[in-house]
Design a protein around this ligand. Structure first.
Ligand code: WQD
Length: 343
């Protein structure tokens, strides 16, 4: 008998890569997604890559009754990995209520349904944004969290607080919150990857779309930060490494190896690269010249953010294996496939 796992937001970027790793590790996967920022085609592609097509249910987790119904049909699940959320930082500043409503209703309805059916293991998709502007680097998990710059970021911080309260109140319920640094890259097959909605907010999809001729020019948001070349430093991590960490975290809960009802882990490589580092690596990996210009800073950007990876290594036995060049070549491979399929 395979253990059944519910993956909310499983048609999305990180969810779909995680579904693959779960299937490869012999889990039965049920994907819930409202397809608001993803396509059902991803289910077929997961099937093509793994040889097993996951169960898919289109459901809006903001709808409590609909959520309960789906969970009733899958009450034999042993855990949930919760990705479903809106994630565009800029849009969240424009439409805070949309973000608070979507990200909290879906979280609360999922937890309520889990509570009702005693599905007591939960992995949460969090973000390094909960650290705000860190005082010390690399960032360890015991750093205090700060109010993030954006409503999106705040939904992650408050969600962790909700989980803290919930795991304290419900003694048989355990959760792990995974704080992602900057996920980029795509599956080696080139069949799944990030599908940004409209103009990308994030660096890597903007770079690949510029190189593909979809965008004219990349704007580098500021070169007057206190860093080696003046551009901000981030900890980019390959999405497949990230996906693997979810499976390991889940196994930790299922095997009752966790030490607290709610644990937090950074998922990063521990290595920081500047925006110009990424651009130059992209140019050398692809042999292309990227059209870019330096512009003003973007609101809310911090100069440097990179993870301490010690805790994930010690407790999960997980370290990121892929390097920046792998991240770049797989992102570019995915972008090229996308363009070939849509032209
Ligand atoms: C990286 C660097 C930009 C675009 C955000 C969220 C975070 C998480 C990941 C998850 C920065 C620079 C970017 C561009 C640029 N979200 N940049 N030109 O801001 O570190 O993190 O994504 O869902 O919560 O805040 O990532 O990729 O947007 O930016 O110069 O067109 O690239 O200024 O220094 P960020 P990013």
């Amino acid at each position: 008998m395979k253990n059944k796992i519910i993956v909310t937001g499983g048609c999305g970027y990180i969810g779909s890569h995680t579904a693959i790793e779960l299937i490869d590790n012999n889990f039965e996967v049920v994907i819930l997604d409202d397809l608001s920022n993803a396509t059902e085609e991803t289910i077929i592609r997961i099937g093509k890559i793994t040889g097993t097509t996951p169960t898919f249910i289109k459901v809006d987790l903001k709808d409590a009754a609909a959520t309960l119904k789906v969970f009733a049909d899958h009450k034999d699940a042993v855990g949930v990995i919760h990705f479903a959320a809106h994630k565009a930082v800029g849009e969240s500043v424009q439409k805070p209520l949309l973000y608070y409503k979507n990200n909290f209703y879906s979280l609360l309805n999922t937890l309520e349904a889990q509570s009702k059916y005693e599905i007591n293991n939960f992995i949460f998709s969090s973000s390094a944004t909960v650290y705000g502007t860190p005082d010390t680097l690399p960032i360890t998990e015991d750093n205090k969290t700060q109010r993030p710059f954006s409503p999106y970021g705040n939904t992650k911080k408050v969600a962790e607080e909700i989980l803290q309260d919930f795991t304290q109140a419900k003694h048989d319920f355990s959760a792990i919150s995974l704080r992602y640094f900057n996920p980029i890259g795509a599956h080696d097959s080139g069949d799944i990857g990030e599908l940004p909605n409209g103009i990308p907010n994030n660096l890597m999809p903007y770079i690949t779309q510029t190189a593909a001729g979809v965008r004219e020019k990349l704007k580098v948001f500021g070169n007057d930060y206190p860093t080696k070349d003046g551009t901000p430093i981030r900890d980019y991590i390959h999405v497949v490494d990230l996906a693997k960490a979810h499976v390991i975290a889940l196994q930790r809960l299922l095997n009752k190896k966790h030490e607290q009802p709610l644990e937090f882990f950074n998922l990063g490589t521990g290595v920081g690269y500047s925006v110009l580092d990424v651009i130059h690596s992209f140019e050398s990996v692809t042999n292309l010249k990227l059209n870019y210009e330096i512009t003003d800073r973007r609101d809310g950007d911090v100069p440097q953010l990179y993870a301490s990876t010690d805790l994930a290594k010690e407790k999960l036995g997980w370290v990121a294996e892929k390097e920046l060049n792998d991240m770049i070549s797989s992102s570019w491979n995915w972008e090229k496939n996308l363009r070939n399929n849509t032209n």
